[in-house]
Design a binder for this molecule. Structure first.
Ligand code: ATP
Ligand code: LTN
Length: 335
């Protein structure tokens, strides 16, 4: 009899650093749900990464719980995916320390996210912000993940994770599997509606540039109505020359499944007003079922608790096996 082939493993995560955005959905979570049958999937709430920037404790707690509900509402079935909170699995912090010792100052200094976030938080450039990639490498390597589905902005973090793993394996043998980033074709980089040169980001201070996953329909429509375009009055995909319009086309394309060619035809001869209204309405319909389901789940705290507790148990089992191997390899005395 043929042996059952071991499924490939996936790990990804999002920080509960703000309310989830259309970018988090299109660039990440939307794609996760489709992977559950083919892969062995682990999805984390990266709360330990979140405290690299100052947080109001009660808000962090509330957002973490809301994010568990949102994961489920986006189609991540807890029976088929392991959903867990990073700080509930101590192996993440434990492996991160070991990996810190195999990560170079120079390579951390070159990380784009570190440079961006230190510029934004100039009064709090802490060591955690700097070593963030080593913790993220621990998240991935603990699970021996094959694939890491992320938006384009996180590719550099998956690359440094591979470099750290290669360095460690070079000394101790094949301890870690080398992961690959898994980046969607469309939706990998949803830009801000007000400054389309910048990524739509949940910790952005400019709320008008950002569409939140749980936002009310009238607010979503208003934000799209005000979205920045150009003076060209022509719906055409050209991210360099027409960043605002191209971003809206990208959003409309993922929301409706239409190609850029079809969208150009649909709005041929029509003004930006009609176009922006159509994009806003498509996004409202895309997010409506998610918002309603998240609200329903948030009313059932006992269920959400059972999901993240079970998730932490399953995740710890896998993570601790890798951690024990690492501790042995580096020469820590067994307890
Ligand atoms: P923060 O503002 O705290 O940095 P963020 O909104 O930029 O957060 P992350 O938590 O860093 O989002 O990202 C979660 C996941 O969603 C990652 O895989 C990331 O690549 C993806 N993602 C985030 N924003 C976008 C975006 N605008 N377009 C596409 N993907 C995105
Ligand atoms: N850095 C990521 C969040 C994150 C992550 C991970 C993503 C933390 N650990 C492991 C994939 C795999 C972010 O800001 N989006």
């Amino acid at each position: 009899m043929e042996n059952e082939v071991q499924k490939k493993r996936i790990l990804s995560g999002i920080q509960p650093s703000g309310d989830l955005t259309l970018g988090s959905y299109l660039g990440a979570i939307k794609n996760w749900a489709a992977l559950a049958d083919e892969y062995d999937c682990y999805y984390m709430l990266a709360d330990m990464h979140t405290i690299t920037v100052r947080q109001v404790p009660a808000d962090l707690r509330r957002r973490t719980l809301t994010q568990v509900a949102a994961y489920i509402a986006c189609g991540l079935d807890p029976e088929k995916n392991v959903l867990f909170v990073q700080s509930h699995v101590p192996a993440h912090a434990q492996l991160a320390w070991v990996l810190d010792c195999y990560t170079m100052f120079g390579e951390l200094s070159r990380m784009t996210q570190f440079k961006d976030k230190s510029a934004k938080n100039a009064d709090n450039i802490n060591a955690g912000l700097f070593t963030y990639p080593a913790l993220m490498a621990a998240d991935i390597l603990l699970y021996q993940a094959d694939l890491v589905p992320v938006g384009g902005d996180q590719k550099q973090h998956v690359e440094i994770c591979r470099d750290i793993a290669t360095r460690f394996n070079g000394v101790y043998g094949d301890v870690f599997k080398l992961p690959e980033p898994y980046i969607p074709q469309v939706g990998a980089r949803v830009m801000s509606l007000t400054t389309p040169e910048n990524k739509m980001s949940k910790s952005d201070k400019d709320q008008n540039g950002c569409v939140y996953m749980l936002e009310k329909p009238e607010d979503i429509l208003r934000k799209f109505k005000k979205a920045v375009t150009d003076s060209d009055a022509c719906v055409r995909y050209d991210p360099a020359a027409k960043p605002g319009v191209s971003n809206l086309m990208q959003i409309y394309s993922v929301a409706t499944g239409r190609s850029y060619g079809e969208i150009e035809q649909e709005f041929d001869g029509l003004g930006y007003g009609d176009f922006k209204k159509a994009v806003g309405e498509a996004v409202v319909e895309l997010l409506r079922p998610i918002r309603e389901e998240t609200e329903r789940l948030l009313a059932d705290k006992a269920y959400l608790e059972s999901v993240y507790r079970t998730g932490a148990e399953k995740a710890s089992y896998v993570a601790n096996r890798t951690l024990s191997k690492v501790y042995k390899k580096v020469g820590f005395l067994a307890r």
